[in-house]
Every structure is written in structure tokens, then in C-alpha cells.
Design a protein around this ligand. Structure first.
Ligand code: IPM
Ligand code: MG
Length: 371
């Protein structure tokens, strides 16, 4: 398969982790005989610095003329602490989601047996956890009208949803549930919010078309608690934009580190793949960032094009790296492996010849090989 991939590595650790994802994709292309072509384009704080625009028109064009977008991270501290900044890096990401119509953000939580001790929860609490969050991504309070009074003493953000916005992501989430454990939990605040009551009505109606999927409802405050108390109860969680933002960060650390959490954002025409983590500016350039979230986002990209064997090859290589403790220090405390070391291990593991499997570990580590 030939794929054109837009690469928007962005700010902070974005470029470092994205470089490892590209290395991994190159290994997949080599092993499975595909051709991946990369088109780099600026986004975020670096694009503001250079073009005074977090999403230059030319970048958007690159995204619209390629098959998929691989995104790194966005954000810089010089904007975080300045509420008066006229333009912010995050606007680039939000505009990109809107322009590409990426209405569904899919955020799976994967637990690695080896990392059970790294989880903030006791091992028995995370046993059996396998959940995925469907977060609506182009509506709700993120995109509603915003106001700030002239004297800057009052402000508002409107949360609104249409039936159609709920329907299209609900169908996706139900279809996914059908291929998983057949359970869908709608998370909302229907005891308070009108938009949540709309979500309940629409999702209940749609559920009739998926009789094999059990639908239940949770208020978001309770859902936040249940994710800690008993996360294994969840299969597919469906929710609106801001609740999904918050809950997916919470869910991502169940496995031990947000550095492992990948995501896909899809619409009817375009698709983008990105780690859940942010730009982690304190770590930028130090080679300590975990590239696994970005590498697993590349695996989700392959899944999107139905390259399932290829995606599995990446996942197996990631699991092997974790099992062998070839990981950054966020998951193996005191580890000396750098961002690039982890990417190199995963790349070599993918390319390792099965016939000489006895030598795989050392070769993958880039250490001496006795075959
Ligand atoms: C995310 C991020 C973004 C969001 C920010 C960077 C705008 O937190 O992708 O979860 O809030 O959607
Ligand atoms: Mg977030």
C-alpha cells in the first residue's frame, strides 16, 4: 500500500517522539513492502513563532491532500500563563480538528502485565482493564460561542450539541462495542445539563439498532470515581468533548504512564493520529520522553487502513520492549534508555528475522549478537 502521511510534530517533545513513530513506520514499510511518504508541516507554538499562525494555511493544505495526519504535541509555557495571549498554540489543534471534521476521538487504555506495579491503582484493581473512550471532538463547550465582557470581569462559554453530532459518533461507538465486549456506557451530566439530556435521548434511540450491545448511563462525576474504583467494568465509554478530555487523561494513567496512551481522531473524510500526552516542555530535547504513545498512534493509523498484521507487529514490538525493560524512566524508574533507544529497539524487533529469533533480543537492543 502507498500512503501519504502528513507529519505535524509540533512543540516540545512532539518532534522527538514523532521521529520514533516514523522510524517504526519505515520498519513496517520495509518488512511488509509498503511505501509511506511523509510530508512535514509546522503547527503550534513553532508555527506562531515563524508565521504568527498556529495552523498556517499551507499546513492545512498538506493535511487535506494526504491520506492521514501523524500529530506530535502542541503547547508552550509562554502561552499557558498568559490569559491575554491573542493567539495560542492550542487554537491550531482545535482548528485542525474542526477543518478536517474529526468528530470522533478514540482513546484506548491498554494495560501491560509487566507494568502492573507502575499503576497508581493496586494490581487487583487494574486486572482485566480493557476500555476505550469515544470522545466527541468537534462540538460542545470547546467550540461554542465565547464572550468576555469589556471590563473583563465576566465571561462565558456556550455548550451546544445537535442531534446529528451525537448520532454520528454514537453509531461509531456502538459498532466498536459490537466487536468488543458489547457494552457501551454513555457518560453525561443529565441531571443538570440540557445537552446531556439530548445525548441520552439520541443515544437511547440509536441503541435500538444495536440490540446486542448493553447500554448504560453514568453521570460524569460518578464515572470519574468508577474509573478508579472499578475500571474493569468498562468496555466502550461514549461522551462529549470536555468530559472525554478529562476522563481520557484519567484513564490513560491506569496503565502506569500517559506516555503509553495513543489516540485516533476520525471523521468521514480525514483521520489524524496522536499521543494523548502534551508537549511536556520540561523534557524537550533531553531524550527522556516515552515514544510509545506516538508509536502506538502510528499503529492505530495502520489499523485505520486495515493493515492489521502490520499494526499487530508494532504492538508486539512495544510489548517486547516493555517486557525487556527497554523503556524510558517514566515506566522503568532509573532506566537509562533514551527516547531513541526505545524506538531503535522497536524498529529492530519489527525487522528481526524470525529464523534467527535466538538472536533477536540482543539484535533488537542494538547490542552484540551471538547467532
Ligand atoms: C487533548 C488536549 C487538547 C484538548 C488541548 C491541547 C487543546 O488536552 O487532546 O486532550 O483539550 O482537546
Ligand atoms: Mg486532554
Amino acid at each position: 500500500m502507498k500512503l501519504k502521511i502528513a507529519v505535524l510534530s509540533g512543540d516540545g517533545i512532539g518532534p522527538e517522539v514523532t521521529a520514533e513513530a516514523i522510524k517504526t513506520l519505515d520498519a513496517i514499510a520495509q518488512r511488509f513492502d509498503h511505501k509511506f511518504e511523509y510530508h512535514a508541516a509546522p503547527v503550534g507554538a513553532i508555527a506562531i513563532d515563524e508565521f504568527n499562525d498556529p495552523l498556517p494555511e499551507a499546513t492545512l493544505t498538506v493535511c487535506k491532500t494526504t491520506d492521514a495526519v501523524l500529530f506530535g504535541a502542541i503547547g508552550h509555557p509562554k502561552y499557558d500563563n498568559n490569559p491575554d495571549a491573542p493567539v495560542r498554540p492550542e487554537q491550531g489543534l482545535l482548528k485542525l480538528r474542526k477543518e478536517l471534521g474529526l468528530f470522533a476521538n478514540i482513546r484506548p487504555t491498554t494495560i501491560y502485565a509487566k507494568l502492573a506495579d507502575q499503576s497508581p491503582l493496586r494490581p487487583e484493581r487494574i486486572a482485566g482493564v480493557d476500555l476505550t473512550i469515544y470522545r466527541e471532538l468537534t462540538g460542545g463547550i470547546y467550540f461554542g460561542e465565547k464572550t468576555l465582557s469589556d471590563d473583563k470581569t465576566s465571561a462565558s462559554d456556550l455548550c451546544s450539541y445537535s442531534q446529528e453530532e451525537v448520532e454520528r459518533i454514537a453509531h461509531m461507538a456502538f459498532k466498536t462495542a459490537q466487536n468488543r465486549r458489547k457494552k457501551l456506557t454513555l457518560v453525561d451530566k443529565a441531571n443538570v445539563l440540557e445537552t446531556s439530556r439530548l445525548w441520552r435521548r439520541v443515544v437511547t434511540e440509536i441503541s435500538k439498532a444495536y440490540p446486542d450491545v448493553a447500554l448504560d448511563f453514568l453521570f460524569v462525576d460518578n464515572a470519574a470515581m468508577q474509573l478508579i474504583l472499578n475500571p474493569a467494568q468498562f468496555d466502550v465509554m461514549l461522551t462529549e468533548n470536555m468530559f472525554g478530555d478529562i476522563l481520557s487523561d484519567e484513564a490513560s494513567v491506569l496503565g502506569g504512564s500517559i506516555g503509553l496512551a495513543a489516540s485516533a481522531s476520525v471523521g468521514n473524510k480525514f483521520a489524524m493520529f496522536e499521543p494523548i500526552h502534551g508537549s511536556y516542555p520540561q523534557a524537550a530535547g533531553k531524550g527522556i520522553a516515552n515514544p510509545v504513545a506516538s508509536i502506538l498512534s502510528a499503529a492505530m493509523l495502520l489499523e485505520h487502513f486495515n493493515l492489521l498484521e502490520e499494526a499487530n507487529a508494532i504492538k508486539e514490538a512495544v510489548t517486547a520492549s516493555i517486557d525487556k525493560e527497554v523503556s524510558t524512566s517514566d515506566i522503568i524508574p532509573g532506566s537509562n534508555y533514551s527516547t531513541a533507544d526505545v524506538g531503535n529497539f522497536i524498529t529492530r524487533y519489527i525487522l528481526a528475522d524470525e529464523v534467527t529469533v535466538s538472536g533477536t533480543d540482543n539484535r533488537a537492543l542494538g547490542r552484540s549478537t551471538i547467532i
